[in-house]
Design a protein around this ligand. Structure first.
Ligand SMILES: Cc1cc2nc3c(=O)[nH]c(=O)nc-3n(C[C@H](O)[C@H](O)[C@H](O)COP(=O)(O)O)c2cc1C
Length: 380
């Protein structure tokens, strides 16, 4: 098997990650918002989806290969954009970008992560996607989009589910809300995780590499919070989407869609795809799990726009459940970050290999030859 058999599930990686990295970093990764209702619901309601096997059907082997935006990927899942990845493990975005490239799956770079657009593009030979947090100033927006185009990013992802920062009690307690503050307790946590501390020292304090060219030098944490607040205007609307659609010649995807209304707007504004997502339960604790809106959105609009999904997926069977419910493609955030936090450099390859193996087993079991055939196995 091409993964480390000591960690044959995402939950094993989560448990290991918890032991390996400081509490403030683990809680930033692991938590949802408010009381974590939406976080828990995402996985539990997804797992209510059941699939039917057809054992006696003729079977010529199952393939994970999946076409999206004219590209054939080796599996129907990709790596979702995650901010501050270098805080969880040094070089995490580079580890994941390389693994995604080797496995031929999409890697999406966040505006607020710790590797630059240019570096992600270099590591993936121009295959990395880029997720844009919407800048307040048009000049900054245009410059970042130009950098993404120059780096040959094939897909730009814009975000509609962050009109406000999610209310995350753990991050507030740990000083990771905006503005962030490093407190004594955080510093002590680092001493309890020496491997993390040494690796972090070796690689240097992580930086917002995408934003570095626009940031004044030597900001303290309070000034950094203010810079972020002033630089980004979270709420997306037609006036903000239109110029991006005009400017961006590649595929444009709206992430964070949870309603038919927003899907119709995305279609009207000429987007190529949507990711039905609730940010992994980090924004609206009273919201629905993503599997719920996915089913009706995919059924109604799946022939007008590419409908993808993330939030709550933690295994190959979960990917199959989402695909059977109408997703053309899926993404995961935490699963991959648990992998890298737990296993460092080996975490990207391990997690992708594990998910591929699990998904292959599900397909063989169902007698499902192609990923687009998952919906035939859905028990309604
Ligand atoms: C720690 C963390 C940071 C995130 N940062 C971003 C981000 O910068 N941009 C973004 O579009 N989504 C971000 N997300 C959301 C993910 O892209 C994705 O929607 C979510 O993780 C999917 O849920 P899952 O973690 O259950 O797979 C973040 C998620 C996590 C867990």
């Amino acid at each position: 098997m091409s993964f480390d058999t000591r960690y044959p599930s995402i939950d094993d990686l989560r448990v290991k990650a918890k032991k390996k990295i400081p509490k403030f970093a683990f809680e930033y990764l692991d938590g949802g918002c408010n009381e974590d209702v939406n976080l828990i619901r995402n996985t539990s309601e997804l797992r209510e989806v059941q699939l039917k096997p057809n054992y006696l059907r003729k079977h010529h082997g199952s393939s994970l290969k999946t076409k999206l935006f004219g590209v054939e990927y080796d599996a129907p899942f990709g790596i979702a954009p995650v901010g501050l990845q270098g805080l969880m493990w040094p070089n995490a975005p580079e580890i994941l970008a390389k693994a995604a490239f080797q496995h031929n799956i999409p890697f999406v770079l966040s505006t607020v992560t710790t590797t630059s657009i240019e570096r992600a593009s270099e590591l993936t030979e121009g295959k990395a996607w880029f997720q844009l947090y919407h800048p307040t100033e048009n000049r900054l927006r245009d410059d970042i989009i130009k950098r993404a185009a120059d780096a040959e990013c094939p897909v730009l992802v814009i975000l509609c589910d962050v009109p406000t920062f999610g209310f995350r009690p753990r991050d507030i307690r740990n000083g990771l809300a905006m503005p962030p503050k490093m407190n004594l307790s955080n510093i002590l946590q680092v001493f309890g995780r020496p491997h993390w501390g040494i690796e972090t020292l070796k690689h240097g304090i992580p930086n917002f590499e995408v934003l570095k060219p626009y940031m004044p030098k030597d900001l303290d944490l309070k000034q950094l919070g203010k810079f972020m607040d002033d630089t980004f205007s979270g709420r997306l609307n037609e006036e903000k989407i239109k110029p991006i659609r005009d400017m961006w010649k590649g595929k444009l995807v709206l992430k964070g869609v949870a309603s038919e209304y927003d899907t119709e707007e995305a279609i009207r504004l000429g987007l190529d795809g949507i990711i039905v997502s609730n940010h992994g339960g980090r924004q609206l604790d009273a919201g629905e799990s993503t599997i719920k809106p996915l089913i009706s959105i995919a059924e109604k609009y799946g022939d007008q726009i590419e409908v993808m999904m993330d939030s709550g997926i933690r295994s190959g069977p979960d990917v199959a459940r989402a695909m059977a419910s109408g997703a053309k493609f899926t993404f995961m955030g935490r699963s991959f970050m648990y992998g890298v936090s737990a296993l460092g450099k080996k975490g990207g390859n391990h997690t992708i290999s594990l998910l591929k193996t699990e998904l292959q087993q599900v397909m063989e079991q169902l007698c499902c030859e192609n990923t687009k055939d998952f919906p035939y196995h859905l028990i309604k």
